[in-house]
Design a binder for this molecule. Structure first.
Ligand code: FMN
Length: 208
């Protein structure tokens, strides 16, 4: 049976760092025969995070987000899939807001609010969470370990891939910035980023 993998880019910038890594991970999964459904969250019509309706806790809909907006088909696709790749840029020390809207609605339906059985997901799937950041790798390990732990508990075994010190713009000289060395970022993009692309490709090929 062909595996179906949902690959989600939660960065607003299609074709930039996060999206490139998501695309490459998707190619890794596809290299093992998986079918990919790619979603750019910022290209969907406006959607909400969890609206706390508790529909997912009622008989007949347990484990299912029932809120109908443009994210609902994406959540349904993830539910029916064999794996999830999701990438987000770091904004203000956390994963970006659009990712969090998705994350709330992905995870909350499987949380039971019961003390005996905490999770009602009977179809766990592997998850590859990708984060890109200005900061070097390692800076956000504890924040990411929380996401890894929650995703592993409620969605399925989760691996995290980080690419730090990304090239944020093509030409740093156009901006009044002195916090980052544009030449160093460009050099990193040319010398280090390609090996990260290969690493994420191989990781996804192994996972899915
Ligand atoms: C609103 C905003 C907030 C950011 N905050 C952080 C931050 O707190 N820490 C960090 O390391 N990078 C931060 N960044 C940088 C991005 O995480 C980084 O450039 C990322 O690779 C961008 O991903 P993209 O190229 O896919 O858009 C921020 C960028 C923006 C636009």
């Amino acid at each position: 049976m062909v595996k179906r993998i949902v690959a989600i880019n939660a960065s607003p910038r299609k074709g930039w760092n996060t999206d490139m890594l998501v695309e490459e991970a998707a190619k890794g999964a596809a290299s093992k025969g998986a079918e990919i459904e790619k979603v750019d969250l910022y290209h969907l019509d406006r959607f909400a995070g969890c609206v706390s309706c508790f529909g997912c806790k009622r008989e007949g809909h347990k484990g299912e987000c029932i809120y109908k907006d443009s994210l609902k088909p994406v959540l349904d696709a993830v539910k029916d899939s064999d794996g999830l790749i999701v990438g987000a840029p770091n904004y203000f020390g956390d994963l970006c807001a659009e990712f969090k809207l998705f994350y709330e609605r992905l995870v909350f339906p499987y949380l039971t609010y019961r003390t005996d059985v905490r999770c009602c997901n009977d179809h766990p799937i592997p998850v590859l969470l990708i984060m890109t950041s200005n900061a070097p790798e390692g800076m956000y390990d504890s924040m990411l370990s929380n996401y890894r732990s929650v995703l592993s508990s409620f969605i399925g075994p989760t691996k995290v891939f980080v690419s730090g010190e990304t090239m944020q713009v093509n030409d740093y000289s156009k901006f009044d910035w002195n916090m980052f060395d544009g030449d160093q970022r460009k050099e990193r993009r040319e010398k280090v980023f390609p090996s990260e692309m290969k690493a994420v490709h191989d990781l996804a090929a192994d996972m899915f």
